[in-house]
Design a protein around this ligand. Structure first.
Ligand code: S3P
Length: 172
């Protein structure tokens, strides 16, 4: 699609750590370019009739990852859409292939300090409820994976959602 002379990729995925702003930015960007907004965690909750914490508690993280892979790949042929993905979506090789082959991938980068500032103690994100040291190792493990998949990297600390969207639009 072309908006004011800009070529917008047909399918865009936002990746990044929990609290990086994928849903907020995805929603705003979708409005700006006239695309649909799709949130994978919402698709999982609709599909299972359970909340994310319920799935983690009752079925375990492994089952959650299976649902995540299914809903991610269900978007393969979608067009004119922005997909917000869960922070752990790119960890399996099957899902990494999805990002490499099917979508324009934007990595919303954020420091761990900023994540903790934005999110605080949370019930909706089971993986955030662990000691900082463990979160740090999860963060450090995922960072190079996000970077390796990104067509575009945006540093988000200290920027408003509007500024981030502008930066993305300027990159097209
Ligand atoms: C997860 C991130 C969450 C959600 C689930 C697991 C992760 O999504 O998918 O709690 O592994 O980082 P957000 O990144 O939108 O918080």
């Amino acid at each position: 699609m072309t908006t004011k002379g800009k070529k917008i990729p047909r399918l865009i995925a936002l990746i990044g750590f929990m609290g990086s702003g994928k849903s907020t930015i995805g929603r705003l960007l979708a409005i700006k370019v006239g695309y649909k907004f799709i949130d994978l965690d919402t698709l999982i909750q609709n599909k299972t009739g359970k909340t994310i914490p319920e799935i983690f508690k009752l079925e375990g993280e492994g089952k959650f990852r299976e649902y995540e892979t299914e809903v991610l790949w269900s978007q393969k042929d979608n067009t004119n859409a922005i997909i917000s993905t869960g922070g752990g979506a790119p960890i399996t090789s099957a899902n990494r292939r999805f990002f490499k082959e099917n979508v324009y991938t934007i990595f919303l980068n954020v420091t761990l300090d900023e994540v903790l500032k934005r999110t605080g103690k949370q019930k909706e994100r089971p993986l955030l409820n662990q000691p900082r040291e463990e979160l740090e190792s999860l963060y450090n493990y995922r960072l190079p994976i996000y970077l390796s998949l990104a067509n575009l990297v945006i540093q988000t600390d200290k920027k408003t959602p509007l500024e981030i969207c502008q930066e993305i639009l300027e990159a097209f």
